[in-house]
Design a protein around this ligand. Structure first.
Ligand code: PMP
Length: 355
């Protein structure tokens, strides 16, 4: 740290992204990326001309992509906000709507407390229930910005639309953010509620089901006044927050919507197969509606399993938080990748005298 940094950032604890090691080729099951490439239309979307046109700024309004997303989700383009990955929107949400403080579940996306700290937003957390599900009543009527991921991370558990609506309806004077990064893997989206509740902000990403994490594209759907607030912050920080190439690729992805829905279906099928195999090996895991599994095996230390798998070329995500140190989060890859993962898990269990 330099002597020049504003004192308000001196003790900021940053978010730790999943590791992206380059030392060898891993089976990479640690950052919830899709194992499948983007659609053929996306792969072919960029012409030489598009690259030459990089000399020009991107459309700050992203009109063409917003129109396509609006048609896909049944709202107006004025209800759509585009961003450089959905983290960008979450950042704006804490910046814009956290004046009275914030509330989120005790175990959730670990970036929320970082955004809160960054913007000086005081927050409380509502512990998960014994079965790791979100305590819906605890998130109702908070009288503060309320943020939840549905499905939640890293548990993968989803709330029903009725439960999400109860939270949104109970907090009419504050924004409720529903982070739907993983919604396409089997949960119900809250998007149909944006016409009904002015305080609802639904956040989505191209990083997971649409196989475009590296393109950095996120979007939000909400009532017009909420979108206007986000636009205010965007035009006060970075008006060209989505680059030209990504806008183009994003449009091509909407045009090939069926392709990514089929991929999501494949991932869900692989998830169920893998979950069943892990349960047969004595693992316990919640019923995931996302593209990852949150797994624990009695007698097998979470950190040890992570390290031994890494030594064998399989990367999963281990969290240092002592409350979940016995767990690991495993992204669902292809059938072949998950078979390789299970083979190594069994070998490690043998080594540890558990099989
Ligand atoms: N929300 C949740 C719950 C996530 O797990 C992630 C991925 N780390 C994000 C949002 C952000 O994803 P991105 O910025 O790639 O859109």
């Amino acid at each position: 740290m330099s002597q020049f940094l504003h004192t308000k950032y001196a003790s900021l604890e940053t978010y730790t992204p999943g590791e992206q090691p380059r030392d060898k080729k891993y089976i990479k099951l640690n950052t919830n990326e899709s194992p499948y490439p983007p659609s053929p239309q996306v792969v072919d979307a960029l012409t030489r001309q598009e690259v030459e046109d990089l000399r020009l700024y991107s459309d700050p309004e992203g009109t063409a992509l917003r129109e396509k997303l609006a048609a896909l989700y049944g709202c107006g383009p004025e209800n759509v906000f585009l961003s450089n990955g959905s983290d960008d929107i979450l950042n704006f949400a804490f910046m814009a709507f956290g004046q009275d403080g914030a509330v989120f579940p005790g175990l959730t996306y670990s970036f929320y407390p970082v955004f809160a700290a960054l913007h000086g937003v005081l927050y409380d957390t509502v512990p998960l229930r014994e079965d790791l599900s979100i305590d819906v009543d605890g998130l109702c009527g908070t009288g503060r910005l309320t943020v939840l991921a549905n499905p939640n991370a890293p548990t993968g558990l989803a709330l029903s639309l009725e439960e999400v609506e109860r939270i949104v309806a109970s907090n009419p004077d504050h924004v409720v953010v529903v982070d739907e990064a993983y919604v396409d893997f089997g949960a119900q989206s809250a998007v149909p509620l944006i016409q009904k509740y002015e305080n609802l902000l639904v956040v989505m990403t191209y990083s997971k089901s649409r196989s475009m994490a590296g393109a950095r594209l996120g979007f939000a759907l909400a009532s017009r006044p909420i979108i206007e607030d986000l636009e205010k912050l965007k035009y006060s920080t970075n008006p060209y927050n989505v680059n030209r190439l990504t806008l183009k690729l994003g449009e091509a992805a909407v045009d090939s919507d069926a392709y990514f829905r089929e991929n999501a279906r494949k991932i869900m099928a692989t998830r169920e197969k893998t979950a069943q195999a892990l349960r047969a090996l004595g693992f316990t895991l919640p019923d995931s509606k996302s593209n990852f599994l949150f797994v624990k095996r009695e007698g097998l230390d979470g950190g040890l399993l992570y390290q031994k798998l890494k030594d064998r070329g399989v990367l999963i995500r281990h969290f240092s938080d002592p409350r979940i140190a016995q767990y690991n989060r495993v992204t669902v890859g292809t059938d072949e990748e998950m078979e390789a993962f299970l083979t190594q898990v069994k070998a490690i269990m043998k080594e540890e005298g558990l099989l």
